[in-house]
Design a protein around this ligand. Structure first.
Ligand code: MSP
Length: 673
């Protein structure tokens, strides 16, 4: 039920000395899916992301680049904004820690905690890692490096301000025990409890004036430690302490972060600071695992992790998909396969396998084959009367269960689980078409049967499109458009997911394939750094398991209506191996290519083939194919076609050429039997 409390969700604020990559994009996308879902439920929603712009690393990077720190943070913060816009992230605010609104709130927090006695000054002697912006204990350092991250540490002896974290040990412990939803998943909660067993120690929260960080109020010799500053961003964005309606926004419902900033900062320091301020704690702090590349943490500093743009371009190049579709395909893979409790291997191959298996063969196929049959059997118009007749059918029943499963998963902060539930419904939609076989009903003259079967498939697809607005916003819109529906924002979850929402009489559009299948056998150019074979891949690769796509209209290849032939009949067809010599477009024809094909005769044959939407002409010369050599010639677009190429049809209706398995072993003209 929607409430007056705003659903408030945050990403970490990202360091500006890095650039957005598929790791930071994943956290942001998980939040985006959850925020979109809450808006769809009608909840007031506030989704915050931003950039962390203080710290010694910025000063170092600026010095190296010959720029001022301000120039560096302005430029790099913009890269995050641009990237999130590129990925259609729906954040409501973007906070920068250098903004005056934040600097003011940090000073206010410092003053309040100091007045309360939670901040005191003392000498700090210990280790500091600039790379991690972290103070470390002796036990956390070996040979001048952080045991956890391997980063170099330096010995510092300074007069600092300290936050009395130790004072919150017991209260925090009790709070964690009493609020099982506070720290998630369970495994991370246990890690926090184990960390706390050693005893929380007071933490230095200032450093000798760095010239760039927020100054300590009333003590210009000191700057505020970047992590103390950073976590406060979650409060700044709520306009604390001046917002009269503040308690409709705070506490945050979810702080979603990667595991490396979980225990020390989000599960202990930040909650203790809030306790010190007398403010409620966030409902849930959720930590997810990392994307690994070849078994190692993906990080831009290592140069091993791609940017979203690089991956999208790769997908567009390999599939020929529309860029917006490729962005959604990346969104799908990142949300579906990131793990909370463990790490997951990021792999382009796994992403391509998801693209082919889930998006092309399942989702694309369901939409495409249903619309094609509707066009063929019912003139593309949604039948009337079927909504009621199918309301207790298997797809209606499953869609109701799926709605609950999706809602449950999203409220449990598990967008990947929600996607898995949605894909079960998509699979069932395809399965039901196979079972009801509308083409058979059509042949048998069962008009109502055809109408009901197609309505059930269409309505399933519509409900799927409602779910997908939270995950694949562009694709959801394209599906809705093809179904003849408006693409206005949806805000009533219950009404939109109710069976029967697709009105009879709706004129659907011509089926347009959304996901062109990627040919995984073709040599592809992978973006740099991504070529190494993954060391471990926790998700099974699906390529091998991908079933061949069903025929576009779902019709069995050898239906009983097709008469059998004898071997003599078959022998009448002369099939030969051909080698494509040239391939050109035919002016004015979108589907046709004009080929010359060597089939072992003196002169190559000219063959007109309807494959222009599947193959770029320049990719064809040199390919060995199968040709029907004794087909009577006929004229197409003014050219004589002297044969036919053999091709299969994929799930989206594209022609897929047949090739000899070992092309070098056969010469043009070789017989095929
Ligand atoms: N500035 C701090 C956060 C302050 S929040 C008050 C910071 N920034 S960061 O730029 O390093 O971003 C870290 C976050 O990016 C991780 O917590 C995680 O959300 C995301 N990821 C960075 N690398 C990642 C992977 N390899 N895999 C998954 N997520 C990754 O820490």
């Amino acid at each position: 039920m929607p409430t007056d409390k705003t659903f408030y969700i945050t990403t970490p604020i990202y360091y500006v000395n890095g650039v957005p990559h598929v790791g930071s994009a994943t956290t942001t996308l998980l939040c985006d899916a959850l925020a979109r879902f809450h808006r769809l439920r009608g909840d007031k929603t506030f989704f915050l992301t931003g950039t962390d712009e203080h710290g010694s690393k910025v000063v170092e990077a600026a010095a190296k680049a010959g720029k001022t720190p301000q120039e560096v943070v302005d430029e790099n913060s913009q890269k995050f904004r641009d990237c999130w816009r590129y990925l259609n992230i729906s954040n409501d605010d973007f906070i920068r820690t250098t903004e005056p609104r934040h600097v003011r709130v940090v000073a206010e927090v410092f003053r309040r905690l100091q007045a309360k006695g939670d901040i005191y000054s003392a000498k700090y002697e210990g280790w500091y890692s600039v790379a991690d912006e972290t103070f470390l204990r002796d036990s956390e350092v070996r040979d001048g490096r952080s045991l956890e991250t391997g980063a170099e540490v330096k010995r510092v002896i300074e007069d600092n301000y300290f936050f009395r974290l130790s004072a919150y040990q017991d209260r925090l412990h009790d709070y964690i025990q009493a609020h099982p939803d506070f720290l998630q998943p369970d495994t991370r909660r246990n890690e926090v409890l184990a960390f706390m067993k050693e005893g929380l120690r007071d933490i230095a929260i200032s450093r000798t004036n760095t010239g760039w960080d927020i100054p300590v109020p009333d003590d210009p010799s000191q700057s505020i430690y970047v992590w103390f500053d950073a976590v406060i961003n979650y409060l700044t964005a709520t306009s604390w302490p001046d917002n009269a309606a503040w308690d409709t926004v705070w506490p945050a419902d979810v702080h979603l972060v990667g595991k490396e900033i979980y225990t020390r900062f989000h599960a202990t320091l930040w909650p203790a600071m809030l306790m010190g301020l007398g403010l409620p704690l966030p409902r849930t702090v959720l930590g997810h695992g990392w994307w690994l590349i070849g078994g190692e943490k993906g990080a831009k500093s290592k140069g091993n992790i791609p940017t979203p743009q690089e991956v999208v371009e790769h997908l567009v190049e390999r599939s020929g998909a529309d860029t917006e579709v490729a962005k959604d395909a990346l969104r799908y893979y990142l949300i579906r396969d990131i793990a909370y409790k463990s790490d997951a291997e990021f792999s382009l191959d796994a992403m391509v396998a998801r693209f082919n298996a889930d998006l092309c063969n399942k989702l694309g196929n369901l939409l495409n084959r249903t619309l094609k049959m509707l066009a063929q059997y019912l003139e593309g118009t949604v039948p009337s009367g079927s909504a009621e007749r199918t309301a207790d059918g298997p797809l209606a029943v499953l869609s109701r269960e799926t709605t609950q499963d999706v809602e449950r998963a999203m409220l449990a902060l598990d967008p990947g689980g929600a996607l898995a539930a949605i894909w079960k419904l998509i699979e069932a939609g395809n399965g039901e078409i196979d079972t009801t076989a509308p083409w058979k009903l059509f042949k048998a003259g069962d008009t109502q049967g055809v109408a009901d079967a197609l309505y059930a498939a269409l309505e399933t697809t519509r409900i799927v499109s409602v779910y997908l607005t939270s995950f694949l916003p562009h694709v959801a819109g394209v599906i809705r458009q093809q179904l003849g529906l408006s693409n206005a924002p949806l805000t009533d979850w219950n009404a939109e997911t109710r069976w029967g929402g697709l009105p009879g009489g709706t004129a659907t559009q011509e089926a347009q394939p959304i996901f062109p299948r990627i040919d995984t056998k073709k040599n592809e150019q992978k973006p740099e750094q991504k070529t190494q074979a993954p060391k471990k891949d926790p998700k099974p690769k699906m390529e091998e398991n991908t079933p061949p796509p069903p025929p576009a209209l779902g019709e069995p290849v050898a239906s009983p209506a097709v008469p059998t032939i004898t071997i003599d009949d078959f022998a009448k067809v002369q099939l030969k191996i051909g080698e494509i010599k040239t391939a050109d477009r035919v002016e004015g024809a979108t589907k046709l290519l004009r080929l010359t094909v060597d089939i072992g005769e003196d002169v190559p044959r000219q063959i007109l083939a309807g494959i222009a939407e599947s193959y770029a002409p320049e990719t064809l010369p040199g390919r060995k194919i199968v040709v029907v050599a004794n087909l009577a010639p006929r004229k197409l677009r003014g050219f004589e076609s002297q044969g036919m190429l053999m091709a299969a049809t994929d799930a989206e209706g594209h022609a897929i050429l047949l090739h000899p398995a070992d092309p070098d072993a056969v010469l043009p003209g070789a017989q095929v039997r």
